[in-house]
Design a protein around this ligand. Structure first.
Ligand code: ADP
Ligand code: MG
Length: 290
């Protein structure tokens, strides 16, 4: 493609919400035949909300646990963290959430920190819960909610269920991409039930749940070894390695700075439908000027 044509296509891309870092990204878009899609914040809205809190009966109690969990999650930029902090503020009006010290984001796993001299963790639960927390986990699976476990000083205190909605546009986007010959693959750090619910809603059959950030990057590597030209679409810090390892990294404009920094392309319209537009644009532009 001539530089002038690439310039024109870059401008056209910006108009439709596809911001490319360089014209070579357009050539990447033209040849894609697989796309690895993150779930939370990419296919779903990322405006998550807390659906239910189950505290253990002999523990600190729901309000105290929410206060501590909300305090730690104030430091998080993950949609789950924002939902927990917002819920705590709403449920505990007139109180300021306490400060968090020694905050750590364990990418793809959760957060930890010190609040009022207690060690607070909000994490992906394991499969070893018992009693009311195990029941709450089963209920979360059934509702396809994302569960997070709150531990205080190493003691399990509550399970928080968080819900999300599929972004309008995701369904059409997946369908259009498939028709353009781009194979859709869903990969998420979340559990099977919420992953499968979104995949079913969108008609995606390749689903990888409970994938760490490194697993996501491995999956991309494997697809590339099979000969696919792979794009990754993500929004989180947990997607950065996969974005960097893809033929084309694509960030949601609503995503974290880390994701946008690792990507070649940013979608500013809040839907991956812009990606289907972008593939069409690239193919059209580069074909007509050959
Ligand atoms: P996704 O691929 O869906 O964007 P991540 O890889 O970021 O998910 O996270 C994987 C899992 O780690 C989440 O489903 C959750 O259980 C846990 N997790 C990540 N960040 C947080 C957080 N801020 N608070 C609580 N749990 C978290
Ligand atoms: Mg995400």
């Amino acid at each position: 493609a001539t530089p002038t044509a690439l310039m024109a296509a870059t401008g056209r891309g910006a108009q439709i919400g596809v911001l490319v870092k360089g014209p070579q990204s357009l050539e990447g878009l033209q040849h894609l035949d697989a796309v690895v899609l993150d779930k939370t914040g990419t296919l779903t809205s990322g405006h998550m909300s807390v659906a239910r809190v189950t505290a253990v009966p002999d523990g600190l109690g729901e309000d105290a646990v929410l206060r501590l969990a909300g305090a730690v999650e104030q430091g998080s930029e993950h949609p789950l963290g924002r939902a927990v902090a917002a819920h705590a503020r709403r449920e505990l009006p007139g109180e300021d959430l306490p400060e968090v010290h020694e905050f750590r984001a364990l990418t793809g796993r959760g957060v930890s920190g010190r609040v009022e001299n207690r060690r607070v963790e909000v994490l992906a639960p394991g499969d070893d819960l018992s009693g009311p927390l195990a029941e709450a986990l089963a209920a979360a699976e059934k509702a396809a909610h994302t569960p997070v476990l709150v531990c205080v000083d190493g003691v399990e205190q509550a399970l928080i269920e968080v819900g999300d909605v599929v972004r309008p546009g995701s369904y059409r986007a997946v369908e259009r991409l498939r028709r353009l010959g781009v194979r859709p693959v869903l990969a998420t750090g979340d559990r099977e039930a919420p992953a499968q619910a979104v995949a079913d809603a969108l008609g995606v059959t390749d689903v990888y749940a409970r994938r760490s950030p490194e697993d996501k990057a491995d999956l991309v590597r494997q697809l590339r070894e099979q000969g696919y030209r792979v794009a990754v679409v993500g929004d989180g810090v947990n997607d950065a390695a996969a974005l960097a390892g893809a033929d084309l990294g694509i960030a949601m404009g609503s995503g974290t700075d880390v994701a946008i920094g690792a990507a070649d392309v940013t979608l500013s319209r809040g839907s991956i439908e812009a990606l289907a537009d972008a593939v069409q644009l690239a193919r059209h532009t580069l074909r007509t000027i050959r």
